[in-house]
Design a protein around this ligand. Structure first.
Ligand code: GDP
Ligand code: MN
Length: 387
């Protein structure tokens, strides 16, 4: 779960990282009230879940009310790489002497937390990593011991931070590590971490991703999910407890078990099709779950055909068949379905489906056959063997 800049900064502040005070607003009028409150000059910042806002014109300094009005007016409603700006964050502008970079994430291959630091901040860090890798300090942390202030000092020195801010940078790194660890973040990044002319070290931006599966441990963070920018289908899936990810294609996918669904996506792609979603109805899915899942898949208007791929262990194919029959009774889908039922009670499941004689539902024996059929159907071709 990605956080907006200002939400990330609020987490930072909770752990003692220095940030500027500000307010999140959604109208120009409120932006001006906020600007008065934090004091000019202010910076008007688009709050969208995408980087590079500055380059896209989504971050502007305003010295006075007329500039703030102009910038807030321009930025609210702006499209930044497909993300519409609905909220701007107004904070008191900082003076900048240097822009550094800092981040904490899990290095899976090393099986250790990784702290990264560079004095080449404010720019695309991937470029720094590529062109001048020696300028990006990578420091692995002993997960049991945590990150000590001394280690922070060493990282700051190795990275070439100015002598007089080495302590301040170390404090910031320790606080950022604490954010990452205690908030169950998968990424905590500051770019830029600035040094002010007064030699204060401060987070000017934030990029924080929280582990959605650990959210139950942080009731105070649950309200942070960006409801407005979240895909409406994914939001609905979450509410219904379905594992659903929207994709760009036109073939709806329903399976049970994440591994099976992943391979179904692969097989469909291999057959020349483009999946419209990932949907894992889960082991032991019953008729009601299947009905909800079908409903959700068909709520995506791009879907031209649906593949139901069930390999039943705990799940029972007869339950899945009953769910499909119930779903067809209520929803009356206008797109063709291909159903492959294999495993527990598959004979019974296929018998139920056959008896129901659902319109436009095709039965397939293997996953490959099912994938080829559904790709053909999505392309508007006819296939044999109606269930
Ligand atoms: P990003 O473009 O999405 O990464 O947004 P940032 O929050 O990092 O802002 C982009 C750039 O705008 C920063 O690297 C700064 O150079 C500049 N900027 C942002 N806030 C301020 C501020 O308070 N004062 C000044 N002088 N520049 C700022
Ligand atoms: Mn930035």
């Amino acid at each position: 779960m990605d956080l907006l800049e200002y939400q990330g900064k609020q987490l930072f502040a909770r752990h003692g990282l220095k940030v500027s005070q500000g307010l999140a607003v959604t109208t120009v009028e409120d932006a001006l009230i906020a600007a008065d409150e934090v004091g000019y000059p202010v910076v008007v910042k688009a709050q969208v879940l995408i980087g590079g806002r500055g380059k896209a014109g989504g971050v502007k300094l305003a010295a006075n009310e007329s500039e703030a009005r102009e910038h807030a007016g321009n930025i609210l409603g702006m499209d930044i790489k497909g993300h519409t700006v609905r909220t701007v964050w107004i904070e008191h502008a900082s003076d900048i002497a240097s822009e550094y970079y800092a981040s904490v994430l899990l290095d899976r291959s090393a099986k250790q937390p990784l702290v990264m630091f560079s004095v080449e901040g404010g720019v695309d860090i991937e470029e720094v990593a590529e062109r001048t890798p020696e300028k990006l300090i990578r420091h692995h942390v002993d997960a049991l011991a945590g990150l000590s202030h001394d280690e922070g000092v060493q990282i700051a020195r190795d990275g070439g931070a100015d002598d007089d801010v080495v302590d301040g940078v170390a404090d910031a790194l320790v606080a950022l590590y604490e954010v990452w660890l205690e908030e169950d973040a998968t990424l905590a990044e500051i770019n830029p971490l600035i040094v002010t002319p007064e030699r204060e070290v401060k987070a000017l931006d934030s990029k924080v991703s929280l582990d959605g599966n650990a959210l139950y441990r942080h009731p105070e963070n649950q309200s942070l999910s960006d409801k407005e920018n979240e895909d409406p289908l994914e939001r609905r899936a979450k509410e219904e407890g379905l594992q659903f990810v929207k994709l760009d294609g036109d073939i709806g996918i329903l399976g049970n078990g994440a591994g099976l669904v992943m391979s179904t996506l692969d097989v469909v792609s291999h057959a020349g099709g483009a999946p419209a979603n990932f949907l894992d109805a889960g082991g032991g899915s019953n008729a009601e779950t299947i009905k909800q899942a079908v409903d959700l898949i068909l709520a995506n208007e791009a879907v031209k055909a649906v593949l139901v791929n069930i390999f039943a262990g705990i799940t029972r194919c007869d339950e899945v068949a009953l769910g499909l029959i119930a779903a067809f009774g209520e929803i009356k889908p206008s797109v063709p379905f291909v159903v492959r039922l294999d495993g527990t009670n598959d004979v019974e499941g296929r018998r139920l489906l056959g008896e129901a004689a659902l319109p436009n539902v095709h039965s397939a024996k293997t996953m490959n056959e099912a994938a080829e059929m559904v790709v053909a159907l999505a392309a508007g071709q006819s296939v044999g063997a109606v269930a």
